[in-house]
Write a protein that binds this ligand. Structure first.
Ligand code: MG
Length: 395
C-alpha cells in the first residue's frame, strides 16, 4: 500500500477546521484534522511530497521524516507541528480502516468506552454572575457533568480599552497583570454563583487566559478554594515554568495549563517540575495522537491527569477521544462548539456527544464519515475541497 495523495479542506466552524485527507493506491483513505492557524493548510501541502509513495502504516517513521525535513519551516513547535498533527491523525484513521480496527486499539485498548466531555460555556449573557449561574444550569440540564467558564472576560470592573478597531480587546489594568479588588470580588462571585447553581455533582473549571501576575494569580486561586473547582486554567502566562510551579504549589485549587505547548519535549519541564496539577494538550495541534499518548504517559509518572483542550470539529474531537480512551489518567475533554448547530451534521450517524459523553463505537479508525454536502456548504471561502492546492487559485 502506498500513499497517493494528501489534501485539505478548511471548514468555517466557530474556528477554521483544517480537515486533512490521505489517499492510497489500495482505495483506503484516512481523514484527520489540524488545529487552525495561518498557513496550516499550506504546510500540509508542503509535507505532501515527503509522503507520496510511502507506506502509510509506518506512521512513527513518517512523522519523524516530516519533523526532520520541515525543520526549516519550524517543526519543533508551532503551525508546522500542527500541520503534521492533522496528517498523523489521518494516518491513524487510515490504518484503522485498513485493518478494520478502532484507533484506540493501537494505543493499548480502552480504559473506558465513554469519554467525558466538558462544555465550554464562555460567559453569561451579561456580567451579572446570576447569568453565569443560569447558563451553568442550562448546560448541566443537557447532561454535561463538567463545565467551564471564562473568568477574564466581561468583568464589569475591568478597564476596557476596546475601540472600534479592536472591539473584542479587554484587559485587566492594561499590561501589568494586576487584579483590582472589585475585579477580584467579581470573579469570586462568578465562581460562587456557578457552583451554587450546579451543586457538587457537576465539575466546574474556570479559565483565566494567561492574564495575571504570580502574586495575584495565587490570591485568586486561594479565594476560589471554597468552591472546589475542577481547575483554574492558565492564571499566569504560559512560557515560564518556574512561575507556573510557584502558583501551582501555593494553592489547593488545581492549576491547569498546556494548550500552548507542542510535542513531548514541550511538556517535559512542566511535567518533571510538577508545575501543573492537570495538563491540557491540544491533540490536533501539539503533535497528534501518539504524541499526546506519550505526554499522558509521562504525566502519569507524576500522577497528573490529562484534560485535552479541544476546539475541533467532530473529526478531531472523536479522533482525540479514541486516544483518550487509552489513557488511564484521562480526566475530561473540551467541547467548544456548543453554539454551532450543524456541528453534528458534519459527520454521518447520530449525535456525537450525548448527555455529556462521547460513546466510542467499534467502527474502524475514528469511526466517522464526512458529510460532504455539509462540509461544502460551510467551506471557508477560497479553500479548496481536497484539491491539489490549499486554496482555489484565482485568475
Ligand atoms: Mg484555555
Amino acid at each position: 500500500m502506498k500513499i497517493t495523495n494528501v489534501s485539505t479542506a478548511v471548514i468555517e466552524g466557530n474556528f477554521p477546521w483544517v480537515l486533512v485527507r490521505v489517499d492510497t493506491d489500495a482505495g483506503v483513505s484516512g481523514l484527520g484534522e489540524a488545529y487552525w492557524g495561518a498557513g496550516v493548510a499550506e504546510l500540509v501541502h508542503k509535507a505532501k511530497p515527503l509522503l507520496i509513495g510511502e507506506n502509510p502504516v509506518d506512521i512513527a517513521r513518517l512523522v519523524e521524516i516530516m519533523i526532520r525535513c520541515l525543520s526549516g519551516e519550524g517543526s519543533q513547535a508551532g503551525t508546522t507541528v500542527t500541520a503534521i498533527s492533522g496528517i498523523e491523525i489521518a494516518l491513524w484513521d487510515l490504518l484503522g480502516r485498513h485493518l478494520k480496527t478502532p484507533i484506540s486499539t493501537f494505543f493499548g485498548g480502552r480504559f473506558r468506552d465513554r469519554i467525558r466531555i466538558y462544555a465550554d460555556c464562555h460567559a453569561g449573557d451579561t456580567p451579572d454572575p446570576s447569568d453565569y449561574a443560569a447558563k451553568a444550569r442550562e448546560v448541566a440540564d443537557e447532561g454535561f457533568t463538567a463545565i467551564k467558564f471564562d473568568l477574564d472576560t466581561k468583568n464589569p470592573f475591568t478597564l476596557d480599552i476596546s475601540d472600534s478597531a479592536h472591539p473584542r480587546r479587554q484587559w485587566f489594568e492594561p499590561f501589568n497583570r494586576t487584579i483590582g479588588s472589585q475585579e477580584m470580588n467579581w470573579m469570586v462571585d462568578v465562581a460562587r454563583c456557578v457552583r451554587e447553581a450546579v451543586g457538587p455533582e457537576v465539575m466546574v473549571a474556570m479559565d483565566a487566559h494567561w492574564k495575571f501576575s504570580v502574586n495575584d494569580a495565587i490570591k485568586l486561586a486561594q479565594r476560589l478554594e471554597p468552591f472546589d473547582l475542577m481547575w483554574l486554567e492558565d492564571p499566569v502566562p504560559p512560557e515560564n515554568i518556574e512561575a507556573q510551579r510557584h502558583v501551582t504549589h501555593s494553592t489547593k485549587t488545581p492549576i491547569c495549563t498546556g494548550e500552548n505547548l507542542y510535542r513531548k519535549h514541550g511538556y517535559r519541564e512542566l511535567i518533571e517540575k510538577q508545575a501543573a496539577r492537570i495538563i491540557a494538550p491540544d491533540i490536533p495541534k501539539m503533535g497528534g495522537l501518539a504524541e499526546a499518548k506519550k505526554v499522558a504517559d509521562h504525566a502519569d509518572l507524576y500522577y497528573i491527569p490529562i484534560a485535552p483542550h479541544n476546539v475541533a470539529s467532530p473529526i478531531g474531537t472523536v479522533a482525540g477521544a479514541q486516544v483518550c480512551a487509552s489513557m488511564n489518567n484521562f480526566l475530561v475533554m473540551e467541547f467548544h462548539a456548543h453554539d454551532v448547530p450543524w456541528w453534528d451534521d458534519l459527520v454521518g450517524g447520530g449525535p456525537t456527544i450525548e448527555r455529556g459523553f462521547i460513546a466510542l463505537s467499534e467502527a474502524p479508525g475514528h469511526g466517522l464519515t464526512l458529510n460532504e454536502d455539509v462540509a461544502r456548504a460551510h467551506l471557508l471561502p477560497g479553500s479548496s475541497f481536497f484539491g491539489d492546492t490549499p486554496y482555489e487559485t484565482t485568475a
